[in-house]
Design a protein around this ligand. Sequence first.
Ligand code: ZN
Ligand code: ZN
Length: 557
Amino acid sequence: MVAHGLMKRLGNYNSPKLISFPSVSCVSVKFIMYLGVVAYICYAFIVQKRYQEKEELTSAVRINLKGVAYADRIWDAAEYTMPMQSRDSFFVMTNIIKTENQLQQTCPEYPIDKAICSSDKSCEKGSADVHGNGVQTGRCVQFNETYKTCEIMAWCPIQKEEAPPVPAVLRNSEDFTVLIKNNIHFPTFNYTTQNISPKLNISCKFNKVTSPLCPIFRLGDIIKEAKENYSEMAVKGGIIAIEIKWDCNLDSWSHHCSPEYSFRRLDDKTRTHYTGFSFKFARHYKLPNETEHRTLFKAYGIRFDVLVFGMAGKFNVIEFFTFLGSTITYFGLAVTVIEICFCLYNCSNCCKIALCENVIRKKYEAVLMPEQVVFVSHVDEPQIAVVKIPLKTSLQNAKSSVFENHFVKSYDPRIYESSENHSTGECELRELTQNISSSDCPKWCNCGRCNESEKYHEQLCCRKTDGQCITTTRWFMQLVLSRDTLNKALLYEDPFLDLTGHKSKSQLRRVAYKQYIHWRFGSFDLEDRAIIPNCCRKLIRNTYPNADGKYTGFNMD
Ligand code: ZN
Ligand code: ZN
């Protein structure tokens, strides 16, 4: 059976039902959001090229430094540049402290804190301080007039701890040039290229404006682009990044793949006790008498790190459709925003907007368990109310909620019209109504025409606030009570009904109740659960009474 039902369902196409209503603000919000989405799509499509598959590059860098400087003697590329341990970087010496003719022998330690002594007791034979220059011999000797220091076995004389010379010895190195050869490869796209094109003029010099693609850089220009001063930086040294950014579009219709160079300083010169970038190295030589000598250099300089990064993109069908799919959902965003607004409006009770109330009533259909509720309609309230049963107090005063998924009654000013201008047929009915006294009116009644009842569900007035009773209007007479109307309603049910015959009063009452419900509740759907106010029920019963005057109550009796 289940399978059969399922098969039947599969044959049906389900289409969502929509609510349509005129609202300039909602439409404006929708189209503004659509415009935003379209703008974003254009941006993502044209600028970000989201239809492309992207890949990061792999790169190789070679560096060729050229230049000769004179400072006391000639310094060429073999001397001022040093290979660095790290990949893709080179070092250019800019300043130097030289200590010549060092020999392995004993001499006083440089007066660092730990080495200062007063007698031999302060010095321990064989100990070596990590900050010192050699191994202590255990003697305390005179360093100069002021200090006595421990004697050490070391390369003597010890290099002086002094500040690097200003101006820098090799400050002329700013005119050196460096040729950076950069090969890149994109494995997925199997595309290889380099920053030196065959057409490139090898005598060019990089300039951000006039020749931005030239791979030959003057060191001074690099430092200037990094917003630093070369002669200042040359004293203590530092670290400079040469960034090569590749932005490649490998689509045949808009192919381009070229590097973009930028420069910046990597180390923080603003730090207190900034030591710059320096290291020590020594050149050794032997005298004819086989004693080993060395010259110790403390080299200051600039380390240049070449950082290569970048992406290539190429049209890809899957990426294209993924992008397309994601953009379509963005259009749904506009609707979602409006729905959220409605939802927030529905949750907050701060203000009532007629349009929103209507839309929400149409949108949110509450499913009620019919046996647990009754429906109530007051003539002075626009909505039909739902009251949960069993009742704990009179129906009139019971806690109720608005019956959301139902039509809104409109205030009908005719109801409050004076019933003076009535047609002749109503006279006899009016007489009936006038017989009713309003003196012993129960507390829950606001119209003055209800009778006391012990049953909570019969304690319901036609009004929520004090005022004229609905039964006194001529419309009540015409639409509910009039025999003519009831005859028509009977014919409505059964066109072949013989109206000449005697109709039982209970049948007329039933039709009158139905009429009232149709009038005040707007439909017959609620017939079983709609409660007729006490005053109305009373007048209907009085008009079409049972012979014995007994009624079973509540329902259609
Ligand atoms: Zn009443
Ligand atoms: Zn009433």
